[in-house]
Design a protein around this ligand. Structure first.
Ligand SMILES: NC(=O)C1=CN([C@@H]2O[C@H](COP(=O)(O)OP(=O)(O)OC[C@H]3O[C@@H](n4cnc5c(N)ncnc54)[C@H](OP(=O)(O)O)[C@@H]3O)[C@@H](O)[C@H]2O)C=CC1
Ligand SMILES: O=C(O)C(=O)CO
Length: 335
């Protein structure tokens, strides 16, 4: 405990968090006045980051310059999964651990899986065109399609991919999925059976073009890193079936913008649904918006009341553990 009675473990929430996750963590820690939880606007972070022990980011860039100023920092954690914005090498060089909150335990993966299904159905039923028809007082337009009977390729069968496959089963679809190493599955995370039980055909990353050819819908659930950036490129899209649908629930940079645009322009792509964009927030003047078969959501797939409260609890527990010198649990380290 601090002799002056002030907080001696400080948690900083950086960048925009929606909903206000720092408040959820504050509520969770209300009995622990020695743990301080702050939310700072981006402009004041460089001057104040040196006062904090834990930094919680959400899809923001935490550069080596900022990390160099974080002299008291012990842990940088993503409020979720994707750590591509954090300079992990710089953090390691400064002796700071970097971690993510695995999506399987917080409901983040379940939230994303539900959103992927929502987007798939929206594309199949032509959500944008339906809205226009209603506004123009038209009846019986447009004609959509069912998920039933389709082949869905889950590109990147991690936690989100697994939750998606489980939820897709009752729709009567054929499910193809790729991951690098199927033997690496953690059996303790499985509620029923194995990962393989949810999938009709499994493959490795080398099979992605082959699987694209066989699918009506591709859902991208990959981690974004130097190896996966631009995976959905011109060759991938041309491997997809004519009129195939593409859904991106993971990160904008996994898709090559030009390839997606041209796929839509030529009609080869029947529709594209994206919760994530190349730059966020999505530019409302982006020419890709001219296509009525582009369905966008503003990076909210994992943003639900339940997953956010659950992640706030993980942050709170980690702060308590750090405060009392215990090992940190509930997170996965990246360094
Ligand atoms: N839109 C949103 O609100 C949210 C988006 N996300 C994004 O979704 C991504 C996936 O989340 P989640 O399922 O929880 O993560 P997981 O780590 O459980 O799964 C990631 C998948 O990416 C694959 N992968 C990682 N690196 C490579 C590589 N170099 N080459 C080929 N495949 C690779 C993994 O392969 P393998 O299975 O072989 O390990 C795995 O299938 C996150 O990284 C994040 O960016 C996450 C939560 C919310
Ligand atoms: O968990 C993630 O990576 C997110 O994108 C959170 O919404």
């Amino acid at each position: 405990m601090c002799e002056d009675g002030k907080a001696n473990t400080r948690v900083l929430f950086c960048g925009p968090h929606f909903p206000a996750s720092h408040n959820y963590t504050k509520e969770y820690l209300h009995n622990y006045p020695l743990i301080q939880v702050d939310d700072l606007p981006f402009d004041s972070i460089p001057d104040l980051i040196g006062n904090y022990d834990i930094c919680v980011v959400k899809s923001m860039r935490l550069s080596s310059d900022l990390i160099a100023r974080a002299t008291r920092m012990k842990l940088i954690m993503q409020y979720g999964v994707g750590l591509e914005g954090v300079d992990i090498t710089a953090a390691t060089n400064h002796g700071i651990k970097v971690a993510r909150i695995p999506s399987k335990v917080t409901g983040n993966a379940a939230s994303c899986a539900e959103m992927a299904i929502y987007i798939m159905l929206g594309l199949l039923r032509k959500q944008n065109e339906m809205q226009c028809s209603v506004r123009l007082k038209k009846l019986g337009d447009p004609v959509g399609d069912t998920l039933f009977g389709k082949t869905v390729f889950i590109l990147g069968y991690g936690n989100i991919g697994f939750e998606l496959a489980k939820r897709l089963r009752p729709f009567g679809v054929k499910i193809l999925a790729t991951k690098r190493n199927w033997a690496s599955n953690d059996p303790t995370t499985l509620e029923h059976g194995t990962h393989e039980d949810s999938v009709d055909e499994k493959g490795s990353h080398e099979d992605i073009y082959e699987f694209a050819k066989k699918s009506d819908i591709v859902v991208c659930c990959l981690t974004m890193n130097s190896q996966t950036v631009g995976t959905v490129n011109e060759s991938f899209i041309s491997s997809m079936r004519e009129g195939g649908l593409l859904v991106n629930i993971a990160r904008g940079g996994l898709l090559d913008y030009k390839a997606v645009y041209e796929g839509l322009e030529s009609g080869h792509l029947g529709g594209v649904g994206m919760d994530v964009a190349w730059t966020e927030p999505f530019d409302p003047n982006d020419p890709i918006l001219k296509f009525p078969n582009v369905l966008l959501t503003p990076h909210v797939a994992g943003v639900t009341e339940s997953s956010y409260r659950s992640m706030a609890k993980v942050v709170g527990d980690v702060a308590l553990q750090l405060h009392s010198g215990k090992p940190l649990t509930g997170i996965e380290y990246a360094n």
